[in-house]
Design a binder for this molecule. Structure first.
Ligand code: NAP
Length: 297
C-alpha cells in the first residue's frame, strides 16, 4: 500500500469526551486506524480497549495521521493544546468539531493556514446518539479540497455535508439549525402538555405528530422559494388567518391550564407581520418582519 493510501486510512481524534469518543468509535467501526488523545488517560485507555491506538501526547496524536479531528469544549482550549505543536500540522488537515462562533472559526482557519494546514470547521448536529449512522448530520466548511479528499472518512460519522469555502459557515448553520430544532421541539413540548391535559399519552401523541412532520418539512422548500422571490401567495393560508388560529391555540391552552408562552411567541410574530402590512400575504412573509428586527416594525 502506498504511503498516501495508508495515510488516508488513518485519523486522529483529540478530545475524547462524550462526543469525541463517539467520533473515534465511528472511525474505528468504519475500519480506519484511529489514534486518540485525551487529557485524562482513562478515556484514551477505554478507546484503546476498543481497538484504537492511544497517543501519549497531543504531538503524538498529530504525528499519527494526516487527518486530525478535534473536539473540545471551546476554541481557547483547542488553541492552548495545538499552539505548542502547530509546526507539525503542516501538510495535514485539521477538522475542528468544537462548538464556537463564526468569528472564532475564521480566526482558527487563519491560524491553521499560517502553519500550512488545511482547515475544516464542523458541527455535529444530531447529538451523540446517531453518530456513525447515515441520518446523523455533520456540517463542514472551509477548504473544499480537504473535504473532497477526506469525504469518505468523514462520511463514516454520518451525513457529511460541505457548506462552502468560508470556514464560518459551519458555525452559522450550527446555530441556525439549533434554533430550527428548538422551534420544532418547543412546539412539540407545548402540544404534549396541551393534549396531556386531556389525558393523552405523550407516546401516542408523538406517533401522530411524527406522521404530520413530512407535511411541515415539505413547506420549507416551497416557502424558501417564495422568500427568494419576495412574493408570498396565500396557498398555505394568510398571516391574518394563522393569527386567528394561533389565538384559538392560546385560548385552548389557557382553558386547559397549560402555559401559553410558546403560542404567545408565534402570535406576537404574526401580529407584528400583520401590523407591517402582511396580513393578507402568505405566512412565509413573516421572514420580512424577522429580518427587520423586533424594534423596527
Ligand atoms: N455532547 C453533545 O451532544 C454536544 C452537543 C452539542 C454541542 N456539544 C459541544 O461539544 C463540545 C464538547 O463535547 P463533548 O460532548 O465531548 O464534551 P464532554 O463530554 O464534556 O468532554 C469534554 C472533553 O474536553 C476535554 N477537556 C476539557 N477541558 C480541557 C482542557 N483544558 N485541556 C484538555 N482537554 C480538556 C475533556 O477532557 P477530560 O476527559 O480530561 O476531562 C473531555 O475530553 C462543546 O463545545 C459542547 O458545547 C456537545
Amino acid at each position: 500500500m502506498s504511503e498516501n493510501k495508508k495515510q488516508s486510512r488513518t485519523v486522529s481524534v483529540i478530545g475524547l469526551g462524550q462526543m469525541g469518543t463517539r467520533l473515534a468509535q465511528a472511525f474505528l467501526a468504519a475500519g480506519y486506524r484511529t489514534t486518540g488523545w485525551n487529557r485524562s488517560a482513562e478515556k484514551t485507555d477505554a478507546l484503546v480497549a476498543q481497538g484504537a491506538l492511544g497517543a501519549a501526547t497531543v504531538a503524538d496524536a498529530v504525528a499519527a495521521s494526516t487527518l486530525v479531528v478535534v473536539r473540545l469544549p471551546d476554541y481557547g482550549i483547542v488553541r492552548s493544546l495545538l499552539d505548542p505543536v502547530a509546526g507539525s500540522l503542516r501538510g495535514r488537515v485539521l477538522v475542528n468539531l468544537t462548538s464556537g462562533t463564526t468569528e472564532e472559526a475564521g480566526r482558527m482557519a487563519d491560524w491553521a493556514a499560517g502553519y500550512g494546514a488545511a482547515y475544516l470547521d464542523g458541527a455535529a448536529m444530531s447529538g451523540t446518539r446517531l453518530v456513525g449512522r447515515p441520518e446523523a448530520l455533520f456540517v463542514f466548511s472551509g477548504s473544499p479540497a480537504a473535504f473532497a479528499e477526506h469525504r469518505t472518512v468523514l462520511t463514516s460519522l454520518g451525513n457529511a455535508v460541505h457548506l462552502g469555502a468560508d470556514p464560518a459557515l459551519a458555525a452559522l448553520y450550527d446555530t441556525a439549525l439549533f434554533g430550527l430544532a428548538w422551534g420544532a421541539l418547543a412546539g412539540f413540548y407545548h402540544a404534549v402538555a396541551l393534549v396531556g391535559a386531556e389525558g393523552v399519552d405523550p407516546t401516542a401523541f408523538a406517533t401522530v405528530a411524527t406522521g404530520h412532520m413530512p407535511f411541515v418539512t415539505s413547506l420549507m422548500a416551497d416557502h424558501a422559494r417564495q422568500i427568494e422571490d419576495g412574493r408570498y401567495p396565500d396557498d398555505d393560508g394568510t398571516v391574518r388567518v394563522h393569527a386567528a388560529a394561533m389565538q384559538h391555540l392560546l385560548d385552548t391552552s389557557a382553558a386547559q391550564g397549560v402555559g401559553t408562552d410558546v403560542p404567545e411567541l408565534v402570535k406576537a410574530l404574526l401580529d407584528r407581520a400583520a401590523g407591517a402590512g402582511f396580513g393578507g400575504d402568505g405566512i412565509a412573509s413573516v421572514v420580512e418582519t424577522i429580518r427587520k428586527g423586533a424594534s423596527n416594525v
